[in-house]
Ligand binder design. Sequence first.
Ligand SMILES: O=P(O)(O)OP(=O)(O)OP(=O)(O)OC[C@H]1O[C@@H](n2cnc3c(O)ncnc32)[C@H](O)[C@@H]1O
Ligand SMILES: [Mg+2]
Length: 198
Amino acid sequence: MMLFNELVLASHNAGKLKELQAMLGDAVRVRSIGEFSDIEPEETGLSFIENAILKARNAARISGLPALADDSGLAVDHLGGAPGIYSARYAGGQGDAANNAKLLDALKDVPDAERGAQFVCALALLRHPDDPLPILCEGLWHGRILHSAQGEHGFGYDPLFWVPERDCSSAELAPKDKNQLSHRARAMAQLKQRLGIA
Ligand SMILES: O=P(O)(O)OP(=O)(O)OP(=O)(O)OC[C@H]1O[C@@H](n2cnc3c(O)ncnc32)[C@H](O)[C@@H]1O
Ligand SMILES: [Mg+2]
């Protein structure tokens, strides 16, 4: 049962915002945290869940609205799950191109069979900043890291993420297809069920 008709999305990532908005549809009025503040909270948590809660709590406090945050990243088997929660900061906060270059370099001589990886998404919804029981949902997407970038859609690590079920990179998927298959899509499907808007 939906208890509100408006929420703020606690993300400063344009690619994520677009996907989350498309997935939520018009069941709820979505505001962006950018309307309220340009300051990004420090992601000091040691898990995706902790960081999602921290970002949502900060947004709920700033906006006075229920807040939904997404903390996500790429966990590469050969790297023991790195970059994981540090995915956005993998190359020192220099952006997607630098992150992708560093990842390709880290896997330079690694054969296909050992290039398995998962995209991870944790969603946290807080109805207010002191919500003692956030709604938490998670999604995983299994794939493999390519040897070079492919595709123009999406954002972040998408050009390097091979999607076995579609035989292409996630940056080669049409946005509507990525939004049905991705880690974010899986977490969002759970959230919509919890909210009764599935
Ligand atoms: O924290 P916010 O403001 O939401 O924006 P952010 O970009 O910093 O987001 P995260 O802290 O959750 O870091 C996520 C990292 O994982 C990458 N990532 C997450 N989901 C992705 C997806 O669907 N496709 C490609 N890369 C993704 C993304 O590019 C970032 O480098
Ligand atoms: Mg972030």
